[in-house]
Design a protein around this ligand. Structure first.
Ligand SMILES: *Cc1c(COP(=O)(O)O)cnc(C)c1O
Length: 382
């Protein structure tokens, strides 16, 4: 059995090694390292895959979020609503731009923003909602889009973990994660579902004017060279990364299916387990399982992780500390206890190895050791 990794990128790339080598060699040979033809090709390929008119690549997912907020003209003091249970990047760019993050708790079962709490967080200063499609399935976009329309707010989707997920609206309309709100933001960090071999990111939109602004902001605020109409940033996707992504995009659907097969095995093992709750599937969204995350009950999560580490089984905690209890993001608006679901989740979630390359042997090994740990725990309690 191969050593188990959270994400086995070596194995993933070995299968397409030849195509990757060729793609990289072609870029080296062309010497068009910035904005080469592979970047335009990738924009086109991804737009087609996601069925969205405009894709604007950039340097990473954090930049994508920042550029989106700049493109929408969000200004000092504007309030932006986001879930408290997310990766720091979402809150970081809000703070960096002098905006005010307004945290909303998440659902205990699916880890996604609790839409029943959004409306009471809206004030006259609120300008945008940033739903995060955490772990690979879509937040309740039907309700979020409805609230945004009612209160005249922008929606910026953080789809760094959910590329490929599809959301079905009540009217039967099916849209990809990241193509529903005003702007969708994603990351091609190597371990994401569609990852490159360095940093990369992209924004999606259906609005032509917005696409122009996004492109301008990402390119030093210029739409004509050396004419700077706005203060922008420099954020590009390297040609080499685009060439790699063109190869990997062709495998994305198969990878999504393989991830779902791994999740199904984990589900079978833990569905009626006394010590775990399996992740709830959202009815209106498909799940691309960026992470497979269990909630522990009646056992100590950190002791389980230590036990697994001894058996060479990696695990991760996404995320151990809620945003509002991080030193950089503390605020008197959010004392300990103010976002109870997020706080409780941080103490009990555990993410298991998840990638298209996890083998059934490895899954059996992981499940076996988790069950062994639980057995030892219950024996020692008696
Ligand atoms: C990975 C991630 C980001 C940031 O992406 P980078 O490319 O690392 O900047 C933002 N939001 C979420 C939810 C993520 O998982």
């Amino acid at each position: 059995m191969r050593p188990i990794q959270m994400v086995d990128l070596q194995q993933q790339h070995q299968k397409i090694q030849h195509q990757l080598d060729e793609a990289i060699a072609r870029v080296i040979q062309s010497a068009r390292y910035i904005n080469g033809p592979e970047v335009a090709e990738f924009k086109h390929n991804l737009a087609k895959y996601l069925d969205v008119p405009y894709v604007v690549p950039c340097a990473n997912g954090t930049d994508a979020l920042q550029i989106a907020m700049m493109a929408l003209n969000l200004k000092l003091g504007d309030e932006v609503i986001l879930p408290a249970f997310t990766y720091v990047a979402t809150a970081e760019v809000i703070k960096l731009l002098g905006l005010t993050p307004v945290l909303v708790d998440v659902n205990n079962d699916d880890f996604l923003i609790d839409v029943s709490q959004i409306e009471k967080a809206i004030t006259s200063k609120t300008k945008a909602i940033v739903p995060v499609h955490l772990f690979g399935q879509c937040a309740d976009m039907e309700t979020i889009m409805h609230l945004a329309k009612k209160h005249n707010l922008f929606v910026i989707e953080d789809t760094a973990q959910a590329i490929g997920a599809k959301y079905t609206f009540q009217n039967g309309n099916v849209l990809h994660a990241g193509t529903i709100g005003d702007i969708g933001c994603t990351s091609f960090f190597p371990s994401k579902n569609l990852g490159c071999m360095g940093d990369g990111g992209a924004m999606f939109t259906r609005n032509e004017l917005l696409e122009k602004r996004i492109k301008m902001i990402a390119n030093h605020g210029q739409s004509i060279q050396y004419h700077h109409d706005d203060v922008g940033v420099n954020s590009r996707l390297d040609t080499i990364q685009a060439a790699i992504l063109n190869v990997k995009l062709q495998t994305l659907t198969a990878c999504e299916n393989a991830r779902n097969n791994v999740a199904k095995k984990y589900d079978e093992a833990f569905a009626n387990h006394p010590n775990f709750e399996i992740p709830t599937r959202v009815k209106k969204s498909t799940h691309v399982f960026h992470q497979y995350t269990l909630k522990c009950k009646g056992i100590n999560r950190d002791e389980l992780r230590e036990y697994l580490a001894e058996k060479q089984i990696p695990s991760m905690v996404y995320y151990p500390i809620p945003l509002h209890l991080q030193k950089a993001y503390q605020s008197e608006n959010y004392p300990l206890g103010s976002l109870p679901v997020t706080e409780s989740l941080c103490g009990k979630v555990i993410s298991l190895p998840m990638s298209p390359e996890v083998t059934f042997d490895q899954i059996e090994f992981i499940i076996g050791h988790i069950n062994e740990f639980c057995k030892q725990q219950s024996a020692s309690k008696k």
